[in-house]
Write a protein that binds this ligand. Structure first.
Ligand SMILES: Cc1cc2nc3c(=O)[nH]c(=O)nc-3n(C[C@H](O)[C@H](O)[C@H](O)COP(=O)(O)OP(=O)(O)OC[C@H]3O[C@@H](n4cnc5c(N)ncnc54)[C@H](O)[C@@H]3O)c2cc1C
Length: 292
């Protein structure tokens, strides 16, 4: 049986990834799968395992740089409303992995639940945010998780309790193939106070990012106790450009891609910045963004 047999409606061959990633560059996924239920997702995952076909999850593509040559295997996108449910149950909120972080923050603030509001301004989906413990100055997402439902590479669904999960700087122990759903345990608070706090933080967060119309991504992890952006700035690389790719003038840990940019331009700029920072400061920058 072919990988897609009987599931033709959810598979797209040679699906462009440029339009699904924030840099807007790169080639197609050999197959894009958009399951409409967890059962269908499990079927896709099982077939990939049986076929030894590589499989990966794509969220909103704000932390992925797809190579110009394209991505082999199957890319699963949880963009069906089935995976975007947000249900508030007292101080707990149960969220599908495909829900956007922004939606969840808005819903929880409206319900008078504090915690996730500290993540305002971070783009992306809940599944991806948990996968690498997204966060910022206000804290990270991991601290609020009570439970997570994950899918293994064998298509099996498991529940992870809080005590089984470990979160570190931009990493989590949730390393199964996919996070499907999560439950957050939040704190009761006054919705109007929360809204004010969130708006303030949103302004701070936007002020330190490139303009929202720009095709952009955050490239490096902050080395311990240091800011990657500051190091790149000190190496004299703010505004550095290769082809259509530039280091942002506003915050040097963001790269921006012009209409003409290719994935290769961005990869060359990553190498240039890494090498220059290493030469000048002796620090090896590690990637935050994933290169597919
Ligand atoms: C302007 C801008 C600002 C940013 N600011 C921050 C910040 O302050 N803090 C921060 O931490 N990050 C920040 N980022 C990085 C990015 O927003 C986060 O990494 C975000 O969590 C990625 O979400 P996404 O849905 O776009 O994931 P994608 O880019 O689509 O995927 C990222 C990774 O998550 C995996 N993934 C996706 N869905 C799932 C799933 N359901 N289960 C398991 N794995 C999955 C993918 O396979 C991939 O490995 C910023 C990025 C941009 C462009």
């Amino acid at each position: 049986m072919a990988l897609t047999t009987g599931l033709e409606t959810i598979f797209t061959a040679d699906a462009p990834l440029a339009e699904r990633t924030w840099f807007g560059v790169g080639g197609p996924a050999a197959q894009l799968a958009q399951p409409a239920s967890a059962d269908q997702m499990a079927e896709v995952v099982t077939r990939c395992r049986d076929d030894a076909t590589p499989v990966r999850l794509l969220g909103s593509g704000s932390n992925v740089l797809a190579r110009d040559a394209g991505v082999p295997g199957v890319v699963i996108l949880l963009d069906d409303p089935e995976f975007a449910r947000v249900r508030v149950e007292g101080a707990r909120v149960r969220v599908g992995a495909g829900a956007s972080l922004a939606t969840v923050i808005n819903e929880t603030v409206r319900a008078g639940l504090a915690g996730l509001d500290t993540l305002v301004g971070i783009p992306g989906t809940v599944g991806a945010a948990l996968h690498h413990n997204a966060g910022g100055r206000g804290g990270d997402i991991g601290q609020w998780v009570a439970e997570a439902t994950v899918m293994t590479r064998a298509g099996e669904t498991l529940t992870r309790e809080r005590s089984e999960m470990v979160f570190g700087y931009r990493e989590s122990s949730l390393d199964e193939l996919a996070i499907v759903e999560a439950v957050f345990e939040l704190e009761q608070a006054d919705p109007s106070e929360l809204t004010k706090r969130m708006q303030k933080q949103w302004i701070v967060s936007k002020a330190s990012q490139p303009m929202s119309h720009q095709r952009r991504g955050q490239i490096f992890r902050n080395p311990r106790g240091m800011s990657a952006g500051m190091l790149i700035d000190q190496a004299g690389l703010k505004g550095a450009t290769i082809g259509g790719a530039s280091v942002s003038d506003k915050h040097a840990n963001f790269f921006v891609a012009a209409e003409s940019a290719t994935s290769d331009d961005l990869l060359k700029l990553i190498d240039l910045v890494r090498n220059r920072v290493h030469e000048r400061m002796g620090i090896e920058l590690e990637l935050a963004i994933e290169i597919w």
